[in-house]
Design a protein around this ligand. Structure first.
Ligand SMILES: [Zn+2]
Length: 312
């Protein structure tokens, strides 16, 4: 029997969901802008919109930005989205008469890649989502690492440069501050002060510089843009070497929008990772780009919901 579940992905800008089949395909979709002050209301809205489109839904899975206690599904810390009701799972179960599972968004994405994506069936995997921040989901021995309160496996908040810029988590120089889209934008803003002829400024057209502007300029061989991406990529490689020493994964999966910055960024990360780990004579390890792309969160939340049905 093919079961159908709802998968929801809550990010800083959009809350999106879909009806996910037991083979990992998305059928119907719904999406709203994330209300920065009412994240939980937004989740309920999207779930109800999807429930109205289909009957015979068996469970709901949610991947939400922030530290999410598991299995209670309550938010303990979330710098990017405010949840009007931090007890997401309880709030959802009160509205829909279905089993609900709530986990961190990057954990969901990692689980989706392992269930249906580029690392299908592997036992030891790290996934990093490179966007405004750096999210991560770690799988060891076929299980997600959640820690004692759901805040485990947060590679984005491991420190790679303790003299680096402050982070909303209270630390300085977190990987998130050095290698994310926000970091690329900050490095580029500094770099164009020294190189006002850079085509980064032609792409940003007086607006605030974003990582996309830098990536576009780099594709046109703008040397300043390429240098910025390479320097963020080196920091990413340092972060990845920490992941390798911690987890010894079979594969690392990179997802999120910033992956599209391409070779200057990813190549620098790969070269740094290789240089930092080659003396250890490790078994060959894959560095992959996400196969599910922007759908990883929805499909992964769906995969968590499907697991819930198998357990019951
Ligand atoms: Zn941090």
């Amino acid at each position: 029997v093919t079961k159908r579940v709802i998968g929801i992905d809550v990010g800083g800008t959009t809350t999106k969901g879909g009806i996910v089949s037991s083979t990992g395909e998305i059928h119907d979709r719904a999406e709203i802008p994330t209300d920065q002050s009412a994240g939980t209301k937004g989740i309920i809205h999207v779930v109800e919109e999807l429930l109205a489109k289909a009957d015979s839904i068996s469970a709901v899975g949610v991947g939400a930005a922030g530290f999410i206690d598991f299995p209670s599904g309550s938010v303990s810390f979330s710098p990017n989205v405010t949840y009007d009701d931090p007890h997401i799972r309880r709030a959802l179960e009160a509205r829909v008469d279905l089993p609900v599972v709530v986990d961190n968004d990057a954990n969901a994405a990692a689980w989706g890649e392992r269930a249906f994506g580029v690392v299908k069936g592997l036992q030891d995997v790290a996934l990093l989502t490179l966007g405004t921040g750096v999210g991560s989901g770690l799988i060891a021995g076929g299980r997600l690492i959640r820690g004692s309160s759901g805040a485990g496996g947060e590679i984005g908040h491991t420190v790679v440069d303790h003299h680096g810029p402050p982070c909303r988590c209270g630390l300085r120089g977190c990987l998130e501050q050095m290698a994310s889209g926000t970091a690329i934008a900050r490095l580029a803003s500094e770099a164009v002060e020294r190189d006002p002829d850079s085509s980064i400024l032609a792409f940003s057209q007086g607006e605030e510089i974003t990582a996309q502007h830098v990536a576009k300029a780099a594709r046109e061989m703008d040397e300043t843009a390429r240098r910025v991406l390479r320097s963020a990529g080196v920091w990413l490689g340092i972060g990845l070497s920490n992941v390798v020493n911690f987890l010894d994964p079979e594969a690392i999966v990179l997802g999120g929008q910033v992956v599209q910055a391409g070779e200057p960024y990813l190549g620098a990360a790969r070269d740094t990772l290789v240089a930092m780990t080659q003396a250890q004579k490790r078994r060959a390890m894959r560095l992959d780009v996400s196969a599910l792309g922007a759908d990883a969160g929805i499909i992964g939340a769906g995969a968590l919901a499907l697991d819930l049905l198998e357990e019951s």
